[in-house]
Write a protein that binds this ligand. Sequence first.
Ligand code: SF4
Length: 166
Amino acid sequence: MKQNLKITGIMFYYYFICKRKLWYFRNEIQMESNSEAVEIGKLIDEKSYKRDRKHIMINETINIDFMRNRKVIHEIKKSDSMEEASIWQVKYYIYYLKKHGVEDIKAILDYPKLKKRVDVELNKDDEEEIEKILLEIEKIVRDQKMPSIIDSKICKKCSYYELCYI
Ligand code: SF4
C-alpha cells in the first residue's frame, strides 16, 4: 500500500504517545489546553534561543523549532519523559527533508530546563521503520473506529482526558 495522506510531525509524535490521541487529532477533534505544561513550553520557547530563526514550517507538514546552521535542526522540549517519541519525531523531520532533496541533515533535541542535548541521526533501518510507521498512521486515522484508551499516567495531562474517561 502506498502512503498518500499528509502526515505531519505532530502526528508522527502522537503515534508514539498514544494512537487514540493521533486519531482524535487527525479527525479534527482538537481540544484547547491551558495547562501549566503548555504555558511552560511557550515560555521556554520565547525566552530561549533568541538569536535563532524559529518555527520553520515546511509544506505545512513539519515545523522545525529552529536551525542553527544549515545542516542542524533543533527541537526544543521541556522534559525528556517522552524522549523516544521526540527522537522519532526529529528522525521523521530528517527523513522528510531527505525525501525532498535536502540531504545530510542532523538533529538535536534540546532540553533547556534540564541543560541536556541529544544528537539524532537517521540511518537506513530508521528510514525503513519510518515508512512502515507512515502506513500504520494512515491506517489508524482512516479507520472509523478509534483506538482504545491506553490507561496510562500520561492520560491525566492529556487534553483529550475528558473525552476518554468522563
Ligand atoms: S487521555 Fe490517554 S487514552 Fe485518551 S487520548 Fe489522551 S493519552 Fe490517549
